[in-house]
Write a protein that binds this ligand. Sequence first.
Ligand code: HEC
Ligand code: HEC
Ligand code: HEC
Ligand code: HEC
Ligand code: HEC
Ligand code: HEC
Length: 420
Amino acid sequence: MSIKRSLLGVSLRIYHLILLVLLFAGGQAYAANPDVPDSDEAITAGQSIFNANCRTCHRLDQKSVGPALRGVTDRRDLDWVKSFIVNSQALIQSGDAEATALFKEYNNTVMPPHTFLSDGDIMNLLAYIEYGDRQDATGAAAATGDGAVAETGGIPSEYLMIILVVLVVILLLILIVLGLIVSVLTKYMNTSDKLDEDDKEFINQKTDFKVVFKSDGFILIITAIVVALVVKTAIDGLYTVGIQQGYAPAQPIAYSHQLHAGQFEIPCQYCHTGAEIGKSANIPSANICMNCHMHIQNVEGKEGISPEIAKIYDAVDNNQPIEWVRVHNLPDLAYFNHSQHVTVGGIECQTCHGPIEEMEVVYQHSALTMGWCIDCHRNTDVVTQGNEYYDKLVQLHSESSNEALKVKDIGGLECAKCHY
Ligand code: HEC
Ligand code: HEC
Ligand code: HEC
Ligand code: HEC
Ligand code: HEC
Ligand code: HEC
């Protein structure tokens, strides 16, 4: 009797466990909006639009500068999502409660408008967002300064899906078989007359959820889930240590590089006076703005003083500096010098900062990690022509190597050059 009883006990335990696993698996699923296409063409088209316009700030399955996007058509109205993508600021300014709350949650980070995207483009984008590659979560660590994305290893997502489905089917089958065993055993044992009260009570117990929640199996599953979540958060955290790529804080004045450096072609050094001569490039003071804005009070064709330009006047009148929010930020332990790179190294601002002259709001283009500095030092030739300082070095170098003199050859990989 005791063997049968323990068999029944074990069967019941496993039955409860599987029931729980299936309950949890069901809870994880969500349904993308059925209007979002799921064809391969749409997903591929959407992926290239996403990489060109959104990847700096968004991942599919992981929070980045902006929220993780997969499932957005499930948690929000489709038309809302479309207007947010086209022009989030317009939606926020219209007073839309959801958009305002989200903007606040992301510390007023401005998502640039995408008015150039057609409705078809946006549907393709959403196809990629909902059904695109499911490995995206590790992409953040792989993305490097020049946009190259390294291979991400592991099991392809299609296989994971298939394995998951097979597992669920197997679990369901076991569930049915166990259910049958339990009912047959219960019937059989009830007909037996050799049972004491204790056994009877045990056999005829119901699938009571109070019992389930107190069972070892339940506690085991909850512990496993908590541990998995903690480990995942820790790993995500490690991948993004120091990575602020795409960071684009809102600024106190709606100053546009696209307008000033792009359209009006004002040279970078007119404002960033330190870049050629010193360590820091400097952010211009309000006085430099006043060189022009003493006269220019508004954009052409508009009346009165622009409220944004009025803020410059306020700053000058009150002798208060404009509190620009810093975009690029190396930790204190690293030393970086602009003039060494711009003047001595002959490197363009855009190599490190990206197409600033096209930016309405400045964002961090490069990763600014140690790997990013070192990669460039390994691959970049030193500008030696016309620099007497290097003549001796070049001569020495050419005796031992027939490659051009690189930054690594002049000590560009030495820890102490970059670390105090
Ligand atoms: C410069 C960074 C940046 C870029 C580029 C960007 N976004 Fe965003 N996005 C954000 C931020 C930040 C938010 C959070 C809301 C806010 O601060 O306005 C957001 C929010 C969203 C939301 C709402 C998400 C939700 O959970 O409701 C969607 C949808 C979205 N972005 C789609 C896109 C798409 C599609 C693109 C490319 C065409 C894109 N974004 C490009 C920064 C960006
Ligand atoms: C008319 C003045 C002006 C000109 C010209 C100008 N900038 Fe700026 N720049 C600013 C101001 C003001 C800020 C701070 C506000 C902001 O981030 O938008 C800034 C910020 C920046 C930042 C971000 C600094 C940080 O906080 O990390 C970079 C990088 C930058 N500029 C590069 C350039 C480059 C490259 C050019 C030339 C293509 C250029 N700027 C031309 C005024 C100017
Ligand atoms: C070399 C001249 C010059 C300098 C220096 C300059 N600006 Fe401008 N700025 C202009 C011109 C020209 C316009 C008007 C463009 C137009 O007519 O559409 C303008 C327009 C603007 C606008 C747009 C106003 C609106 O309502 O859209 C803002 C904001 C602005 N500038 C801020 C600044 C700030 C802040 C600085 C200092 C960091 C600065 N500007 C330095 C020439 C300059
Ligand atoms: C070799 C890469 C590189 C080049 C080239 C470069 N920068 Fe930078 N820039 C950086 C880094 C890295 C920082 C962050 C420095 C820090 O946090 O100490 C930065 C910061 C800045 C800042 C913020 C203020 C500061 O000085 O910390 C401005 C403005 C700026 N750069 C403008 C420019 C301009 C304008 C040029 C071209 C004349 C330029 N940069 C060329 C890498 C570069
Ligand atoms: C786009 C390429 C590029 C990037 C990115 C870059 N550097 Fe450099 N770096 C150079 C070049 C070229 C030189 C050589 C300049 C010269 O001739 O002295 C140099 C020289 C240096 C030197 C002087 C080395 C020596 O032996 O005298 C230091 C220090 C330095 N870089 C630090 C940094 C740091 C820190 C970063 C990252 C935040 C960085 N660099 C990113 C290209 C780069
Ligand atoms: C070309 C410049 C450069 C050289 C050479 C360099 N580093 Fe770094 N290192 C950096 C920069 C920039 C950072 C900050 C990166 C960040 O914030 O992600 C950094 C960060 C670090 C950190 C902190 C990492 C963290 O996550 O906080 C350590 C430790 C470090 N470097 C050690 C070294 C050692 C040891 C060497 C010599 C073998 C070395 N570095 C050579 C530029 C350099």
